[in-house]
Design a protein. Structure first.
Length: 150
């Protein structure tokens, strides 16, 4: 089983969107039994909160079910539990490294590093643009599955 943890700052916008999108994509490919997918935050600011209304609205617009989720903070144990810890931007990656104490097994990746263009998935909490976030998350999740051979 491939265990994937998506990580962003608060775990209510980008990482929950990526969790829902990847869950949807693996179900579409009939390979959901090969994956365990979750998400977490680097901060404690939104712990216990559900997905942001902008994430919920965007996913509904495109017909992707929102995975039931409440924000949690990532832990050191997550590094042992998951095969892939996928951050949304450079700041998330820096915070993940700090929280875990390094990446000796090369499990940490930025989502868009699986694409040809790379870069950060911008935080719609600040940009207000959930369309761009969805575009980037979908592209990153598709590229991640391609990277895995699916």
């Amino acid at each position: 089983m491939i265990k994937v943890l998506f990580i962003c700052h608060g775990n209510i916008c980008r990482s929950t969107m990526a969790q829902s999108v990847l869950t949807y994509l693996v179900k579409q490919r009939h390979i959901e039994d090969l994956f365990y997918i979750d998400s977490a935050a680097t901060s404690r600011e939104e712990i216990g909160c559900g997905p942001h209304h902008g994430t919920v609205t965007k996913l509904r617009q495109v017909g992707i079910p929102v995975v039931p989720h409440r924000a949690v903070q990532m832990t050191r144990q997550d590094y042992e539990t998951y095969d892939y810890l996928i951050g949304m931007d450079t700041m998330n990656m820096r915070n993940m490294q700090r929280m875990i104490g390094g990446d000796p097994d090369a499990k940490m990746h930025k989502l868009l590093s699986f694409t040809q263009r790379g870069g950060d998935v911008l935080d719609p909490w600040y940009t207000g643009n959930f369309d761009y976030t969805y575009r980037d998350v979908l592209e990153g999740c598709e590229a991640f599955l391609q990277y895995l051979g699916y």
